[in-house]
Design a protein around this ligand. Sequence first.
Ligand SMILES: [Zn+2]
Length: 316
Amino acid sequence: MGTVNTVLGPVDASKLGVTLSHEHIATGSAGMHTTYPQFFDRETVVRDAVSALKEAHAEGVRSYIEPTTFDLGRDIELMQEVSRLSGVHIVAATGSHQAIPRIFRTVSADAIAPLFIKEVEEGIEDTGVKAGIIKSASDRGGITELEETVLRAVAMASKHTGAPVYTHTWSPDRVGEQQVRILQEEGVDMNRVYIGHSNDTRDVDYIIGLLKSGVWVGLDRFPGGRFPGVPLWQERTQIVKRLVDEGWGDRIMLGHDHSVPSGQPTPEMREQRANYQPEGYSFISRNVLPYLRELGTTEEDVNQIMVENPRRFLEG
Ligand SMILES: [Zn+2]
C-alpha cells in the first residue's frame, strides 16, 4: 500500500481507517482570518472543531478530506493544529472553489496548472504540506467560462501529478455530467475523479450515469436540508442502499460537508448552523450507518464505503 499526504505529513494508506469524504473546519474567504478577524474567532473554532472531531473519533472516524481551497480561506496551520489535537488525519486541497482569484481571468489554464502542481508536489505556501486532492467547483446553472478554465487547469495538474480531481457540483442541475465531459476531453483518468455533492438530487439515474463513466461519486451532503427541496437524510440513505444493491458500493463515499457553527461570521448564522446539524462530523456514524444496516447493508459494504473506497481513491 502507498502513502497519502495529510496536513501532518505522509500517512500509510492502511492507517486512514473510516474516512469522511468532504468536511471543513470552517470556510470563509482568502485572507479573511487576518484581514477581518471580527468574522473569525480562531480560538473558539479550534476548540469546537477539536471537540467535535474527538467525538467523531471516539465513534470510529479516523480521517477526512478537507476541500477548503485558497479562495475559501484555507488555513493550513489551523488544520494542522486541529489534526494534532483531535487525532484525526486531514487531507488538504489545492485547486479552487467558486471565488476564483481575479487574476485567473487574465491567464490560460496552462498558466494556472503549475500553481496547483506546486501545491501537490512541493507543498502549500511555505508549510511543506502537500495537497492530496485538486478541486474545481461549479454550482447552479452549470460551469461558467472561468470555472471551465480552472477545471481544465485542474485536469492538467491531475494528469501531471497523479493526484485526484475533486469537484463541487449542484446535482439537481446535473453539473457533474458537464464536468465529466470536460475532464474526458482533457484525457483525465476517470478513476482519478471524484464528483462531489451528488446527493442533493433524487435522480438516481443521474448518479448511476456518472458512475458508469468510471468516476467516484461523493454522497457528501448528509443530512441534507440546508437548501429547500432537496432530499433529507433518510431518503439519501435509501439512495446509498439502492446504489449498493445495483453494484456501485465500491465507487461511492460519504460525508457531511460540515463546518463548525462557531466558524460562521455572525451570531444568527452560528445559531442557524448549530440548529441545522447539531451532530456535526458524527451524524453519519450515529444515523446513516445504523439505518443502512437496518435496510440490510452488510458490514462488508459499510466497510467498503467508509474505509476501502476513500483509501483506494486517495492512494491512487
Ligand atoms: Zn464543502
